[in-house]
Design a binder for this molecule. Structure first.
Ligand SMILES: *Cc1c(COP(=O)(O)O)cnc(C)c1O
Length: 421
């Protein structure tokens, strides 16, 4: 049996299940994930870096469904979290606290306290006031926080401007020179122990050169600081590795691993990595139905029952995502479609001017590589309930998140007590 997404007699399947059957049984729109693809991605990544014995902390924000996290946790994953909500999700899915790194520019003292009491691996600290707050929280709890200073190496990751994080004008990280001062000044601060330097220069990175530059800068600073008596024991090189949505040529794993290896090998530093997108993008599709094909004045629109509230990447990042018919593609002339949703925004689209086999009302389509930054970014705009998430393993299908009901959505609100019911 073929694993993952593939065509059989022209129709699109996930593992041993036709996507058309999933649509019939569970409705659309729906997210469909392949457990075998998730596992293969994890194992492939881990194998490529095995000689460096990294702690691989899956970046939960890419897809934080419990079933997805659990798949990785069962393979030994740690977690990279950016909120205490993600902390709870990671713990609930079986990730040990000792393998959790806490990133993000705005951790609150309350969030710090929860993570500190649980004994997480490290706080990736992004500013001087954050370090001061962490020291204070730790002192008040009589604990010591393990800290990685997140360094901003000022390299251009050459990705979309909204997902680049390692330039000096981005809000993320601490400039190299400043990180050095902070590390030296905090050597004797009670409540914190600076154990690592971290960096994460962006997402959907398709060129290995910025990685090499960033890793070299961070490793260089770490060696200097160690020589000056800062007790650094490891480096955290973040995530960001790109995937193929269309015709990108991201570095293959061996090139990425070589860049990591070049900076770490022989230094004696341990290694933490935080891959997100690379682990999950390929493992998921968003399954949707064409409600109408509409011929506008100048254009042909395929209006789906999925929209920007489900999948916002095209709207937010101008992301290009493959859209494929689920049934055997129709023969004959292809057509150009604007593939849009029913949300009342001109920005509500999945693909523009997309050349496709002919579509008709009622057709099912699959939006591919939707496992990362898909369901997690959904909203209920236009009072559209959150779509369900399905996990497929061989011929088995599990609903790993129920479709939200309109009633449940409304029940989140309540009238003020002075309003008549
Ligand atoms: C988002 C993020 C990641 C994961 O990025 P991907 O591009 O999904 O691999 C890793 N580390 C940090 C600090 C992040 O913010």
């Amino acid at each position: 049996m073929s694993a993952g997404f593939h065509r059989r007699a022209g129709a699109l399947w996930c593992d041993g299940v036709p996507l058309a059957r999933l649509a019939r049984d569970h409705g659309t729109p729906a997210w469909v994930y392949s457990q075998s693809v998730l596992e293969t991605r994890w194992k492939t990544f881990a194998a490529a870096l095995a000689d460096l014995d990294p702690t691989i902390c899956y970046a939960l924000k890419a897809n934080s469904n419990q079933a997805v996290i659990r798949t990785f946790a069962n393979l030994g994953a740690g977690a990279d979290i950016v909120s205490i909500g993600e902390f709870a999700r990671a713990r609930a899915a079986g990730v040990p606290a000792k393998k959790i790194v806490f990133a993000g520019v705005g951790k609150t003292p309350a969030e710090m306290a929860v993570a500190l009491k649980a004994g997480i691996l490290q706080f990736n600290v992004e500013s001087e006031p954050e370090l001061a707050a962490l020291a204070q929280v730790a002192q008040s709890l009589g604990r010591t926080a393990s800290v990685a200073l997140r360094v901003n190496p000022d390299v251009d990751a050459k990705t979309h401007r909204k997902i680049t994080t390692g330039k000096s004008e981005n809000k993320f990280g601490i400039a190299l020179a400043h990180a050095r001062e902070m590390a030296l000044a905090s050597r004797r601060t009670k409540g914190i122990r600076i154990e690592a330097l971290a960096t994460h220069i962006g997402s959907q990175i398709t060129d290995v050169t910025p990685y090499r530059a960033a890793f070299a800068r961070v490793a260089g600073l770490a060696k200097d600081l160690r020589a000056e008596g800062v007790g650094l024991t490891r480096l955290d090189f973040g995530g960001g590795l790109g995937v193929v949505y269309r015709n990108e040529t991201p570095p293959d794993l061996s090139a990425y691993a070589a860049a990591v290896r070049a900076a770490v090998k022989g230094t004696g530093f341990g290694l933490v990595l935080e891959p997100g997108r690379w682990m999950v993008a390929d493992a998921g599709v968003l399954l949707a139905r064409v409600v109408y094909v509409k011929h506008g004045g100048a254009k042909r629109f395929a209006i789906l029952d999925a929209a920007m509230n489900d999948l916002i990447r095209p709207t937010l990042y101008e992301a290009w995502m493959a859209v494929e018919p689920v049934a055997k593609p129709r023969a004959g002339a292809r057509r150009a479609y604007d593939i849009v949703g029913p949300v009342c925004e001109s920005g509500d689209y999945i693909a523009l001017g997309r050349d496709m086999p002919r579509l008709a009302d009622g057709d099912l389509v699959a939006i591919r590589q939707a496992g990362a930054y898909g369901a997690v970014m959904s909203s209920t705009y236009n009072a559209r309930p959150l779509a369900p998430e399905l996990l497929v393993k061989g011929r088995n299908v599990a609903v790993v998140r129920e479709r939200q009901t309109v009633e449940a959505l409304i029940a989140l609100d309540r009238p003020a007590p002075w309003q008549r019911r």
